[in-house]
Design a protein around this ligand. Structure first.
Ligand code: ZN
Length: 292
């Protein structure tokens, strides 16, 4: 599922390749992908050029002079740009393969630009959404999303993380980190990676975490994203980690493989019905030193 690193890869790809470029044609084959207020449609983007692109959490706002198109890739959205010189970028869900022939049968939206490049939005699960709105409405839209601090922004500080955890003491730590209102951008993969790096069991309650553990968790989140963002995200196919980025991801998608720290077999369990990977040695269910 595309999380912050994958959506950030889309943002960087658009920023590097498409700023200032005008859309000349649009092909939509899945109408429900578009959400728009009355009187507004994809036609409003024809002959418009991209002026800016901003990401918050897993939302991407693609700006045009009058309109903003907010993209959310949900479970399986993929964005691929191909230009006439064989360049471009690919990001998001890895199925279909990034080098597959496009449009794929699950390509629902294609933007064609004045220089002949094409941006393909493909989603085998059909949950991706592109919401159109007047530019002036974007600020209010961000407020409505109720997103917590974006985990690679300056708003994500150790102090703010500590304060927010204090307010959510009864929550279990993995569901809390998945809550986009708590922190924005993390999903199932990077939460597992962060908790493993910090040595914290995903089902522990926030209230039981020591001061040191909260600090370790904060730094683990920052470090995991520092690894994942430059490479455009973890390479996981059909729930299994692939060798594309070596040992990264370190735990997600690696059931039965030895833990890199201690050699214990990595287990897969479920937390709030989400497939969850952990090392039973490095991430004990209860902190041994805790006092009940
Ligand atoms: Zn271990």
């Amino acid at each position: 599922m595309p999380e912050l690193p994958e959506v950030e890869a889309v943002r960087r790809g658009i920023a590097a390749n498409l700023l200032g470029k005008k859309i000349t044609a649009i092909d939509l084959s899945l109408p429900k992908l578009i959400e728009a207020p009355p009187g507004m449609s994809l036609d409003d983007l024809v002959d418009a050029h991209i002026v800016d692109v901003e990401r918050r959490g897993k939302y991407l706002a693609i700006g045009f002079p009058e309109v903003v198109a907010v993209l959310h890739l949900k479970l399986a959205g993929q964005v691929v740009l191909r230009d006439s010189q064989g360049g471009g970028f690919s990001a998001g869900h890895p199925v279909p393969a990034f080098d597959a022939e496009l449009p794929h049968k699950s390509t629902h939206l294609v933007f064609e630009f004045e220089d002949g490049s094409r941006l393909y939005i493909t989603d085998i699960r059909h949950f991706t959404r592109l919401r159109l709105m007047p530019r002036d409405d974007l600020a209010a839209y961000w407020v409505d999303t109720k997103l917590g601090p974006d985990t690679i922004s300056d708003d994500f500080t150790l102090e703010s993380f500590r304060e927010r955890i204090k307010r959510r003491k009864q929550a279990r730590i993995k569901p809390l980190l998945l809550d986009q209102g708590f922190v924005a951008g993390l999903g199932n993969i990077y939460v597992d990676e962060s908790l493993y790096r910090a040595g914290i069991h995903p089902e522990r309650k926030a209230v039981d975490l020591s001061v040191d553990e909260v600090e370790r968790l904060y730094h683990a989140i920052v470090e995991i994203l520092e690894i994942a963002v430059p490479i455009g995200g973890a390479a996981i196919l059909n729930g299994k980690a692939t060798p594309e980025h070596g040992v990264f991801p370190f735990i997600h998608g690696r059931e039965g493989e030895p833990c890199l720290n201690c050699g214990t077999a990595i287990i897969k369990t479920r937390v709030n019905n989400r497939g969850t990977y952990l090392c039973p040695e490095c991430q004990p269910a209860h902190e041994p030193a805790s006092i009940d």
